[in-house]
Design a protein around this ligand. Structure first.
Ligand code: PMP
Length: 417
């Protein structure tokens, strides 16, 4: 990209990145929303070293590594109840691709087969990764539309934004309003729908769009009523980012299939998982000759080094009571960011937990604010007209106070021009 300066990082520690030209930057993007316990965390470093002393990788196709099995068991205990079976891959987009295929194959092989269920309902502004299936579900015009000749066509639902409501819709009736739209689409299309696919609670790449409270639970209820699977893509929201271990936990929802990635390894190594309920799993169970298995596999799925660090990350969550830390630091950060909304050119400050979006009113402003923050030692990235802040979950109150001060200066600098 012309005119773009990319810092080169040679070392990182805690929430801080160190560049080859001697600068120190706060990792306000958590290395693309995935860093949890900080960089060079001694426990995570040790977990990888120890695993390296045993085995780095064996396939998970037809065999598996003991540490991968331990991780699968631990993930089952951590995920919302009834999600009991894990399919490992290496990145979030692959976790979504697996979920899409799993849902379709499920309807061919379940007790009451419905082979006509081959379509998906995706939300407005959806983002599910950059592979062809993920892009097909995607609803972000400037990311996705150019690829339309390659894509399948989902049923498109609303963008259920909790803050900017359609005319005549009040905050207390927002869930009913958007739920009604989903209900209408399910009523019309349920016979051809394999699954509803959604980012629960917060749509990240759409610009940290928060959903009205109760919307997720409503979609779950509607999927049950119309016999459509629910796939929740928690690649971004999973592993504590919204202030609970999973976004689904906020509304006590269990999807039929859950997609995980990013923070699963604490932000250390590529790993993702597609987690299914026993109901889904059992549709694939059969003798070898029956060919009921899931026809999908990845060379590095379940990689032992990634599994070792993921296991250590889950142990750290419990030992450090990280969720309580996130809840208190995020609440303070949001309180201190709230006054920014009254600055001219700031449309809105929104978010949930450690996912914050500051929407700017003028084209190109979000990008300039990020550049101003970069000059002041904070690394953040814009998404369209939204300044996005997603610090590592371990960031301290002092660090976050400084980040808010710098961000305020970075926005003020533009207002003064
Ligand atoms: N789903 C969601 C909700 C995401 O935010 C992302 C990545 N930002 C993905 C899927 C894709 O994950 P990956 O980049 O690891 O392929």
């Amino acid at each position: 990209m012309l005119g773009h300066e990319s810092p080169v990082i040679s070392r990182a520690s805690g929430c801080w990145l160190y560049t080859t030209d001697g600068r120190r930057l706060f990792d306000g993007a958590a290395s693309m929303w995935c860093n949890v316990h900080g960089h060079q965390n001694p426990r995570l470093d040790a977990a990888i070293s120890e695993q390296l002393g045993r085995v780095a990788h064996v396939t998970t196709l037809g065999m598996c590594c003991d540490v991968t099995l331990q991780l699968a068991e631990k993930l089952v205990q951590t995920c919302p109840s009834e999600l009991e079976h894990i399919f490992f891959s290496s990145d979030g987009a692959s976790a979504v691709e697996a979920a899409i295929k799993m849902a379709m194959q499920y309807w061919r092989q379940c007790d009451d087969p419905q082979p006509g269920k081959t379509r998906y309902l995706a939300l407005g502004g959806a983002y599910h990764g950059d592979t062809t299936g993920g892009v097909s579900l995607g609803g972000i015009e400037y990311f996705h539309s150019i690829f339309s000749p390659l894509l399948f066509d989902p049923i498109r639902g609303p963008l259920p934004c909790s803050l900017r409501l359609p005319d005549g819709v009040r905050p207390e009736s927002a869930t009913e309003h958007y739920g009604g739209e989903i209900e209408g689409l399910l009523r019309q299309h349920h016979q051809s729908l394999a699954a509803v696919v959604m980012e629960p609670l917060v749509q990240g790449a759409a610009g940290i769009i928060t959903h009205p409270v109760g919307f997720l639970a409503k979609v779950r209820e509607l999927c049950d009523r119309f016999d459509v699977l629910l796939i929740c893509d928690e690649v971004a929201t999973g592993f504590g980012r919204t202030g609970e271990m999973f976004a689904c936990d906020h509304e006590s929802v269990t999807p039929d299939i859950l997609c995980l990635g990013k923070g699963i390894t604490g932000g250390y190594l590529p790993m993702a998982a597609t987690v299914a309920t026993r109901k889904v799993f059992e549709a694939f169970l059969g003798e070898i000759g029956e060919r009921r298995q899931f026809f999908h596999g990845h060379t590095y799925g379940g990689n032992a080094l990634a599994a070792a660090v993921a296991l250590a990350s889950l142990e750290l969550f419990a030992e450090t009571d990280l969720m309580a830390h996130v809840q208190s630091t995020a609440a303070r950060m949001r309180e201190r960011l709230a006054p920014l909304a009254s600055i001219e050119n700031v449309v809105e400050v929104r978010g949930r937990g450690m996912m914050v979006g500051i929407e700017m009113a003028v084209d190109g402003l979000a990008s300039r604010v990020c550049q101003n923050a970069f000059r002041r030692g904070i690394w953040i990235r814009p998404l369209g007209e939204v300044v996005v802040l997603t610090p590592p979950l371990v960031a301290t109150t002092d660090e976050l106070d400084d980040v808010v001060d710098v961000l305020t200066e970075a926005i003020d600098e533009e207002s003064q021009k």
